[in-house]
Design a protein around this ligand. Structure first.
Ligand code: GRF
Length: 217
């Protein structure tokens, strides 16, 4: 039996974007917010790495930033609770992981039910975890892509919101394939965020079902 449909969803959205690195998806999200394509504000960008390039980008745009270094916390649960507190302090309603290189535990996921998204550079459930593009090349697949999914404590395994297919060329290297997938990510993630914010979707079992087919990314 499928699980009963669960209701959604954040309405007046304040995004909390979690990063660890260069922040190109953060840029795509911030651009879409500025252009009015996502009805939200970026309320806070949090990084676990003070050197993350995305922090400078956020500061340039006047987006509040915060650095929470996981090494400063005793346990994963302590870190997760500090993250939750920081996001709550900024009234975040939808958490968007954008290259955030930390697993989030059950306490974090429970704090934002059906309101944490991640983008992953493969067509999940193929190639979860790190180096997804390298995994795809080594496996010899002819197409790969990007996936936006809800986050659960299991790595890269939550219900899928949207996917984009990207061809794998015979002469691709990890770099060329990663660059092609990244372009697709920058289109896919803002649209998926927009559609999740818009509402009119339900999660039944593992399936995210949009009531209006035009809303399907
Ligand atoms: C992207 O490839 C994303 O799919 C993965 O981490 C990378 C982050 O890149 N989760 P950026 O920091 O957004 O440029």
């Amino acid at each position: 039996m499928p699980d009963p449909m669960t209701p959604n969803s954040p309405s007046a959205a304040a995004l909390g974007v979690l990063i660890s690195g260069r922040g190109s998806n953060l840029r795509a999200i911030a651009d879409a917010v500025t252009a009015g394509e996502i009805p939200a504000t970026v309320a806070i960008v949090v990084s676990n790495d003070a050197e993350a390039g995305g922090l400078a980008l956020a500061r340039e745009r006047g987006i509040p930033t915060s650095v929470l270094r996981h090494r400063d916390f005793g346990t994963r649960a302590d870190y997760d609770l500090a993250l939750v507190a920081e996001l709550r302090r900024h009234n975040v309603t939808l958490v968007c992981l954008a290259g955030f290189m930390r697993l989030l535990g059950p306490d974090f996921c429970a704090a934002f039910p059906d309101a944490i998204l991640n983008i992953h550079p493969s067509l999940l459930p193929s190639f979860p975890g790190t180096h997804a593009q390298r995994q795809a090349l080594e496996h010899g697949v002819k197409v790969s892509g990007a996936t936006v999914h809800f986050v659960t404590p299991a790595l890269d395994a939550g219900p899928i919101v949207a996917q984009a297919v990207v061809p794998v060329e015979d002469d691709d290297t990890e770099d060329t394939l990663s660059a092609r997938i990244l372009e697709a990510e920058h289109r896919l993630y803002p649209r998926a965020i927009r559609d999740v914010i818009h509402g009119e979707w339900q999660i039944g079992g593992r399936r995210v079902v949009f009531e209006s087919p035009s809303r399907r990314v």
